[in-house]
Design a protein around this ligand. Structure first.
Ligand code: ADE
Length: 230
């Protein structure tokens, strides 16, 4: 069985996972804390990165390169772009893009830099595991593009722009970093988010109110996935 990295951005996103681990060993490395342990016999390493693309890149890299994880599952919350996503709904990314990456001055599309891709696809096998788990639990799992940027979006115009430019269903601040690291190192990865807000005028209030409950919905689902991964 492979060693699985489970990553979030904030303490609220990983605490429901860390508290379910057995034989936990805590390691501080590169100014961050990593929890190695087992979950129903599966070896896992859990960490939260802190918010944003740079911290997420660091943590994902450490999980793969120092701890030797062979798969990475991300659990956390997101702002909804699609009207079909309500607070607490789960969405899995089929691809991730960076909505704040802009060298359009040189004639490139938004989100693109030479030798990169606008949208990085997630692992199909892990997505299929998630769909099976959802079906077995009678849970609805939405699927779509998730847009990442170093910006808490609380603005309807910005949200609409991200939605139409990248055909994105939800937005957050870490997923595309994980995608860049994992695809570069050829490690299968999976991004799950539960909706905490709608990236509109009420976003910061909704986020504060629903962060914990939505993070828990996502974390519980990720633990079920660990059980289902071979
Ligand atoms: N994560 C959850 N809600 C978000 C928002 N509105 N903007 C960016 N990241 C988020």
């Amino acid at each position: 069985m492979s060693k699985i990295a489970i990553m979030g951005a904030m303490p609220e996103e990983v605490e429901p996972i860390v508290e379910k681990l057995q034989d936990v060993k805590r390691t501080v490395y590169a100014a961050n804390t990593y929890y190695e342990g087992t979950y129903n016999g599966h070896d896992v390493v859990v960490a939260y990165s802190k918010i944003g693309k740079v911290f997420a890149t660091l943590t994902a890299t450490v999980l793969l390169e120092k701890f030797g994880c062979e798969k990475l599952l991300f659990s956390g919350v997101a702002g909804a772009i699609s009207d079909e996503l309500n607070i607490g709904d789960l969405i899995i990314a089929d691809g991730l893009c960076q909505h704040d990456l802009d060298i359009t001055a040189f004639g490139h599309p938004f989100g693109y830099v030479p030798e990169g891709e606008v949208c990085i696809p997630t692992d199909v096998i892990l997505r299929n595991v998630a769909k099976k788990v959802a079906a077995s639990k009678g849970l609805v799992l939405k699927e779509g593009v998730i847009a990442t940027g170093d910006q808490f979006v609380a603005n309807p115009e910005r949200k609409e722009w991200i939605g139409s430019t990248f055909e994105a269903s939800a937005l957050e601040m870490e997923g595309a970093s994980v995608a860049v690291v994992c695809s570069s190192l050829e490690v299968p990865f999976f991004i799950l988010r539960a909706i905490s807000d709608s990236a509109d005028m009420d976003a910061s209030f909704n986020f504060d109110e629903f962060l914990e409950s939505s993070a828990k919905i996502s974390a519980d689902f990720i633990l079920s996935m660990v059980d289902a991964i071979e």
